[in-house]
Design a protein around this ligand. Structure first.
Ligand SMILES: [Zn+2]
Ligand SMILES: [Zn+2]
Ligand SMILES: [Zn+2]
Length: 480
């Protein structure tokens, strides 16, 4: 670390690695960078990454999971916040008039697959309720009583774990995770269909746009938090976002969402040779609330929604207690598939149900398996859920790609003269790269530490600058 910090090109190295924003395992690329004059198409300059510090370009890993790379997850969280917020109040290319559209915040969960330990707080008294107090109960077939009179603490290890491991339907649970994305898709179709009477009434075509994130509950099942907004479709410009007719309230939209949620359900395709199917529906505990831009009892504010959704976008299966960040190898499945634990059984069922029967060997059978139960095997490490964690309908808001591009442009234009001297004017010069992977991660732990420190200092500077901006806005100087 001393050698690096004391070297003559330390400053240059810090500038060179700043773009990683402290990523814990950046991608190292080597190769050629060509400056191309966009007016003539001629290559005006060619450099090799050999000329750069460490002989490589560092690119942040971009992982959204806080358990994998905290700084990249933080960038992703901030982008998700901007993305969700723009869909609610406008900005980033979304018209500010969207703030007036009816919007609801919905939490859709899976049904019960068997009783689990829970912690419910009485909203009036703030007291924790007993977990499962029951009188006159009969033991389950395994001789266990489905009763728990404890008042669990927030960190209790038993939360989300079944009262009887043998009664719990682990198969249905992982299959539900596997088809949760399809259930969401069909619910949106039902919702847009339910808008037709309103469309007829007002003589305009209505559309629901949404941004949503998936999150794991403690029991290991995904649930969705979604922001849904009502728009009017412009027949001449399908990408335009127009305000819906006056008179449709957020409560009307909430009712339509609740109706679509109740009405949507289907059975999975027959399973291999047994022909068994599982019903896929939402659980009864849906929570659908109107979103307001100020304060209103029972409603939720737009900033709170955006912050809430962004936070969950960076979590993987950690809330369920499964610290796995990549696909499971056969050895790891052996290791995790413990029949004595809830998560172990979920992993075992996902693997077992997802494994193609040995006699399904034709191309058609392979394809059919891949498109149905095969997903449980591919997504064993996600307990069967293979969907994206943060998704949105096409016209809801801006995109992560656009936000990343904006950041790159900002970085380029805010660079010192040094950068401009070497890279020319952005409008007429294009940098074309031909790069190959040199490796992943920092060369030494000292480098990782120095890059992380520099990124932390940069974050502090940004936070201070932000604070100064907002406080000077709140307290205008007397001359202003
Ligand atoms: Zn990273
Ligand atoms: Zn309990
Ligand atoms: Zn039992």
């Amino acid at each position: 670390m001393l050698r690096r910090a004391g070297s003559h090109d330390h400053r240059r190295w810090l500038d060179h690695t700043a773009a990683t924003r402290g990523c814990v395992r950046p991608v190292r690329l080597t190769g050629e960078l060509h400056d191309v004059d966009t007016t003539t198409g001629a290559i005006t300059r060619t450099r090799h990454t050999h000329e750069l510090p460490d002989g490589v370009i560092y690119v942040p890993c971009g992982d959204r999971r806080a358990g994998v790379c905290p700084p990249c997850a933080e960038t992703y969280r901030a982008d998700t916040y901007q993305l969700i917020r723009a869909g609610l109040v406008g900005g980033k290319g979304v018209p500010h008039t969207v703030a007036g559209h009816p919007a609801v915040f919905a939490t859709l969960t899976a049904p019960s697959f068997g009783p689990v330990h829970t912690r419910v707080v009485n909203p009036r008294t703030g007291q924790v309720r007993p977990c499962r107090p029951r009188r006159n109960v009969t033991p389950c077939p395994h001789g266990r009583l489905p009763v728990c009179t404890q008042r669990h603490t927030e960190s209790a290890a038993c939360l989300g774990r079944p009262l009887c491991l043998d009664c719990y339907d682990h198969a249905h649970h992982v299959v539900w995770n596997g088809w949760a994305g399809e259930l969401w898709r069909r619910t949106m179709i039902a919702l847009n269909r339910a808008l037709r009477p309103l469309t007829k009434l007002h003589g305009t075509t209505l559309r629901v746009s949404y941004g949503k994130v998936a999150e794991y509950q403690r029991r290991g099942v995904v649930h969705f938090h979604a922001l849904l907004r009502l728009d009017t479709v412009d027949p001449d410009d399908p990408d335009a976002i127009l305000a819906p007719p006056a008179g449709i309230t957020p409560h009307d939209l909430a009712e339509l969402v609740a109706g679509a949620t109740r009405a949507t359900g289907f059975d999975t395709p027959p399973y291999a040779d047994t022909g068994h199917t599982w019903p896929i529906t939402w659980g009864p505990q849906t929570d659908i609330r109107a979103v307001t831009h100020g304060l209103d009892s029972g409603a939720i504010t737009s900033d709170a929604v955006a912050a809430y959704l962004a936070k969950y976008a960076t979590k993987a299966t950690e809330p369920a207690g499964l610290p796995i960040t990549g696909r499971l190898t056969a050895d790891l499945v052996e290791h995790y598939a413990d029949a004595h634990t809830h998560l172990g059984r979920l992993i075992a069922y996902a693997r077992q149900l997802g494994t193609r029967p040995a006699d399904w060997t034709t191309d058609d059978q392979r394809a059919a398996w891949h498109d149905t139960y095969g997903r449980l095997e591919r997504w064993t490490h996600m307990l069967g859920f293979g969907g994206h964690f943060a998704t949105k309908s096409r016209r809801y808001s801006t995109t992560h790609t656009r936000l990343r591009a904006e950041r790159r442009t900002w970085r380029r234009t805010s660079r010192t003269d040094h950068w401009r001297r070497h890279h020319g004017d952005d409008d007429t010069t294009l940098v074309v790269c031909r790069l190959t992977l040199a490796g992943i991660g920092w060369n030494t732990t000292a480098d990782a530490q120095l890059a992380a420190d520099a990124a932390a200092r940069a974050r502090e500077h940004r936070a201070l600058a932000r604070e100064e901006r907002t406080t000077s806005k709140e307290n205008p100087s007397p001359s202003a």
